[in-house]
Design a protein around this ligand. Structure first.
Ligand code: NG6
Ligand code: CA
Length: 498
């Protein structure tokens, strides 16, 4: 007979422990694919820490972000709203303004209002300040602190975009008033070398036709132009160590009160320039090495929770913002040294794609005091975090906000095996999934994105897949079930009109 863990705890007189609000650490990787971890079937790469997290938690086989790129996926995670409802939620440049209204209910606000200490450490990519033109040398706001994080230690956009600096709360870290920072995405500023003009200065070449040839920082050509802030610029090799140190510090400082930490890691997004201890370790080039670094970082967090004595009642949610890409702008061995590794597992597509690998990502929830180890096929999504955590913490999300988010707490805790019945995915095209049937809307444009080497899912006629038997999307059944196509198209139109 199986006795639920919470009842067991009560039986042993540990009721107050069982009822204590858990700490929550949401770890979001950047561009990690469904097949990139050994617990998801990878055989050429070994990720022992994430495997351990999965084995002692719930490993979801049908866990999703909303979108096949970063900004929209993270917008949905924060707000519980489908990003395609709002203009300007595409991949943001490094100087973009904040795209989340500060009066909106967000995931960190749900925690904050329930008495949690909240923090973000890592990649932000949801814009900063009220406008594009901003002074990077003063207080840069509004940003993460204004949308619900009590503490923030971030980089603004992506590792391949300027400004390549950290911001702590509202300030660039290690700012030098005699060397002010300026950023421009329209034209070159200053006299610093660029990847285009001085390729001989690069330690990692950018890929032909994929940009990444503007200002050179740390031997790497970036997207966008930057001057000044020489002391403030990060060293890519220690990016993750820096984030890890800040995350550990927050955990140690806040361990007495419940806390919510959004730990937004940069691996394995480009440029992949891991620390020396991971260089060449995977045998699969820099992308494999970056995944080993990611796994190690997660292991360090798990160790820290043990050391602080709070591992039992800390929930770790691990996921990724979108699917995998090998060549996303730099020649770093990801393609040439792949060695048979399959970043998307058996799925079709990848980052940018409407096919499953665009948004179906690794998804693990571990909470020793609250859930039993399992593998779940429930359809779960990051868009449901806000309503589900509000339910867990017994707080309310006002009507009219987070309106695409569902309370799927039971699925997240392994008590419900189905999860969502209806879900909309965003690649280039929108898709709708209902009861395991997936309809991809007709879309013009190339079926294959050559530069990044990914199937886009674009087809000018409808696509219909039965994911219960064919999550590989090999058999387009649109002609066999025209009524299903019609019904799903109508349902999508209805959701869009909401
Ligand atoms: C693309 C970049 C890619 C990456 C991506 C954002 C080019 C040619 N490609 O536009 O390198 O930065 O944007 O990735 O510029 S994401 O994971 O943040 O969405
Ligand atoms: Ca991403």
């Amino acid at each position: 007979m199986k006795i639920p863990f919470l009842i067991l705890l009560t039986f042993f007189g540990l009721q107050s422990f069982a009822q204590k609000k858990p700490n929550v650490i949401l770890i979001c990787a950047d561009d990690l694919g469904y097949g990139d971890l050994s617990c998801y079937g990878a055989t050429k790469l070994h990720t022992p820490n994430l495997d351990k997290l999965a084995a002692s938690g719930i490993r979801f086989t049908n866990g999703h972000s909303t979108s096949a790129t970063c900004t929209p996926a993270r917008y949905a995670l924060m707000t519980g709203e489908y990003p395609w409802r709002k203009k300007g939620t595409g991949i943001l440049p490094g100087d973009a303004a904040l795209i989340i209204p500060t009066d909106r209910k967000t995931l960190p606000k749900v925690f904050k209002e329930a008495g949690y200490q909240t923090a973000i450490v890592g990649k932000w990519h949801l814009g900063l300040g009220e406008q594009v033109e901003k002074n990077w040398n003063g207080e840069v706001k509004p940003g993460p602190n204004e949308v619900g994080f009590g503490y923030s230690f971030i980089f603004p956009a992506t590792a391949d975009r300027v400004p390549t600096v950290f911001l702590q709360d509202h300030k660039v870290v290690a700012l030098d008033k005699d060397d002010p920072i300026d950023v421009n995405y329209k034209q070159k500023i200053g006299n610093e070398p660029t990847g285009k003009e001085n390729p001989e200065l690069l330690k990692m070449k950018s890929s032909p036709g994929q940009g990444h040839d503007n200002t050179i920082v740390n031997g790497i050509g970036r997207i966008g132009f930057m001057t000044g802030g020489k002391l403030a610029r990060w060293t890519d090799e220690e990016l993750s160590f820096t984030f890890l140190a800040k995350a550990k510090q927050f955990i140690a400082e806040k361990k007495q009160s419940p806390f919510f930490l959004y730990f937004a890691l940069t691996e394995p997004h480009v440029p992949r320039m891991p620390a020396t201890m991971f260089k060449d370790k995977s045998g699969l080039g820099a992308r494999g090495d970056a995944i080993l670094q990611l796994d190690w970082t997660v292991g360090e967090i798990m160790k820290e929770l043990q050391n602080q004595g709070i591992a039992q009642n800390t929930m770790i949610v691990f996921t990724s913002d979108n699917g995998p890409v090998l060549d996303d702008g730099y020649q770093d061995g990801a393609v040439t040294r792949l060695n048979g590794h399959t970043p998307a597992g058996t799925l079709r597509g990848g980052k940018y794609s409407a096919l499953e690998a665009g948004t179906r990502v690794p998804f693990i929830i571990n909470w020793p005091a609250g859930i039993k180890p399992a593998v779940s096929d429930a359809l779960v999504s990051q868009i449901d975090f806000i309503q589900s955590f509000a339910a867990l913490l017994q707080t309310k999300v006002p009507a009219g906000t987070a309106s695409d988010s569902e309370n799927q707490l039971a699925a997240f805790l392994g008590k419900n095996k189905t999860g969502r019945s209806v879900y909309v995915e965003q690649g280039g095209a929108l898709s709708i999934i209902k009861d395991n049937w997936k309809y991809i809307t007709p879309e013009k444009g190339p079926a294959y994105a050559k530069l990044v080497g990914i199937e886009t899912g674009n087809l000018e006629t409808p696509q219909l897949y039965d994911l219960s038997k064919d999550k590989e999307e090999k058999h387009n059944l649109a002609d066999t079930y025209p009524d299903k196509v019609k019904a799903l198209a109508a349902l999508l139109a209805e959701i869009k009109a909401k």
